[in-house]
Design a protein around this ligand. Structure first.
Ligand code: RB5
Length: 149
């Protein structure tokens, strides 16, 4: 079976949650590639990490990304600048699920200052396990997103 790579990154505000999510993903046998940051200090600029993770997800079709900053918002804005990236910032299980089913999201952005770690772990599980529905209307809409980038 093909291994699923997960590229993970955070800024200083998302560091603790990133570490927890990485541990969880490894316990589920995903191949996790940590693109930093590797410490809370010094503070980091979230777009630098978002662009690195987005690049890896673009290179590795079928790979997924997880980005964590204070709110998830800045990471999501930055990641979505890369062609072929469909990053979703989510604060509910339902939006995580629908980001996969209807939008074929390939990066999940989370807020380390917003979510409890146990909730974030649940979101990551949903993100990793939920398939894209792949119906014609969803494919058409996702293609329209990608055509613009
Ligand atoms: C850092 O203080 C904070 O602005 C950043 O982590 C993020 O929340 C931006 O969207």
């Amino acid at each position: 079976m093909k291994e699923t790579f997960v590229y993970i990154g955070s800024d200083h505000a998302g560091f603790d949650l990133k570490q927890a999510l990485q541990k969880h993903l490894q316990s589920q046998n995903y191949k996790v590639v940590d693109l930093g940051v590797f410490a809370v200090e010094p503070p980091a600029d979230y777009p630098d990490i978002a662009h690195e993770v987005a690049e890896k997800v673009r290179e590795n079709h079928g790979g997924r990304g997880i980005l964590v900053c204070g709110t998830g918002v800045g990471m999501c804005m930055a990641a979505n600048k890369s062609p072929g990236i469909r990053a979703a910032v989510c604060e509910s299980a339902q939006t995580v699920e629908m980001s996969r089913r209807h939008n074929d999201a390939n990066i999940l952005c989370l807020g380390g200052r917003v979510l409890k770690p146990e909730i974030a772990v649940q979101f990551v599980d949903i993100f990793m396990k939920t398939p894209f529905e792949g119906e014609e209307r969803h494919v058409r809409r996702v293609n329209k997103i990608d055509k613009k980038s």
